[in-house]
Design a protein around this ligand. Sequence first.
Ligand code: C2O
Ligand code: CU
Ligand code: CU
Length: 534
Amino acid sequence: MSITRRKFLQQSGMAAAAIMLPQHSHRSAPPMARPVLDPNSLAPFVDPLPIPKVLHSTQLRPTPGNPAVKLPYYRLAMRQFQSKVHRDVKPTRFWGFDSSLPGPIIESQSGKGILVEWANELPTSHFLPIDHNLHGADADKPEVRTVVHLHGAKTMPESDGYPEDWYVPGKSAVYHYPNEQDAALLWYHDHALGINRLNVYAGLFGLFIIRDAAEDALNLPRGRYEVPLVLCDRFFDLDGQLYYPVSQYPKFPWISELFGNAILVNGKLLPYLDVEPRKYRFRVLNAANGRFFHLSLSNGQNFHQIGTDQGLLSVPVPLKMLTLAPAERADLIIDFADHAGGEVVLRNDSFSPVMQFRVARKKVADESSLPSSLRVIPKIAESQAVATRNLMLVEIDDLRGDTASLLLNNAHWKDPITETPALNSVEIWNLMNVTDDAHPIHLHLVRFQILDRRRFDTFAYQNQNILRYRGEPVPPEPNEAGWKDTVRADPGMITRIIIPFQGYPGRYVWHCHILEHEDNEMMRPYEVEASLRA
Ligand code: C2O
Ligand code: CU
Ligand code: CU
């Protein structure tokens, strides 16, 4: 197996103004097969920001495996529906939970379990380009398959949405979420093997909020002053329909990365939100397949990040620019008090508008607070780790130099399991990225802390198995110094994370959250082993 890391610049047939060239590209789409909608041609800020509705449970049902205990029960159906992404764009076909994009919000309390029935009520044929060469997407598999994973949840394996546990239209699965974890913003999304990128692109995702007493006591902005912002990028064709590009090889339509030119916030293109001149709490999720967002405010004002993937940080972190990798979450406080009567634009990459805040003129009392300390996060000592695993992030190219697949430690999805941490043990995983791209790496079940990142000689490591550092270890950014479940493994760096494997024994997965990578081998099962001494 020859491994090269050649870079190809994309030859895009699109006008540069209409499409931002991706920063990098391996197997990307050829000149667009179809012309795509240019969001710059649309009137900005004409649609109000939609706020996803909160789902309410109306009944109790027995817990599977423990029928004496009855828990609040929810049912969410995945359906095809039409929605307008912008006033001047025709309705778009999506697949979404409860016919909405994002799906409704499930809110629960830490320690209070719930049941969710995830029902597949989709059509039986897919409307996005399946690549039958990918694992689990063989031509003999049903086209439409779904399985739902609750990202960031500490869930038993049978309710975790294992990628091979998919089911077809007309079927459903009831999952049990114990919610025995701290307050955090989680999200549910499809996880079907080999077509996950297409199902999520079609719209199959939504938010899940866990609250707890410690967070409630902080007096953060709440009610209508707490606003979810779910960001994702897409391409639309001139009829307003979702467009998922394909490679130039008709038999291998898979592309290694997708950077859509249209950014949706809660399912709208360039929406606006009326706000009062006071503090707001924004619960931000990057639900994109592969785009990293770099968010800032047009007036250059500071904002504060108070939480990350797995809940509150220990102290608020002032920021002017927030980087959010796919699947990462950020809990933000933005204070509009000094901007009464003004307009503030949330921008990506310093220039593209994402949405607008229209600040009311009338001063209001703001009783909410931005506490100077949020919670105690004990640092896990490296000495607690019983094992350290070196795990290489690898890109495999074909003879043309195009990306063929991406691997975790040179292993494929189907290879025997190699990561078998013991339940309740602590391990250090060294994510050794020898590729030229950042990969957001996510582990199911657990939360972890970032130890550091350190530049190393990727060539020597990959080809001669020699570990040679090229710099000093860099501690995590202040806004990463909390509990995480997804971490940016930067190119040419070893990213070290320390992970307590708490929860349940059984089979889970870890993977890159660039969905095009995950669908093409950059995902591996791992097994938490019941500890013998328990
Ligand atoms: Cu957000 Cu394995 O997923
Ligand atoms: Cu997950
Ligand atoms: Cu990746």
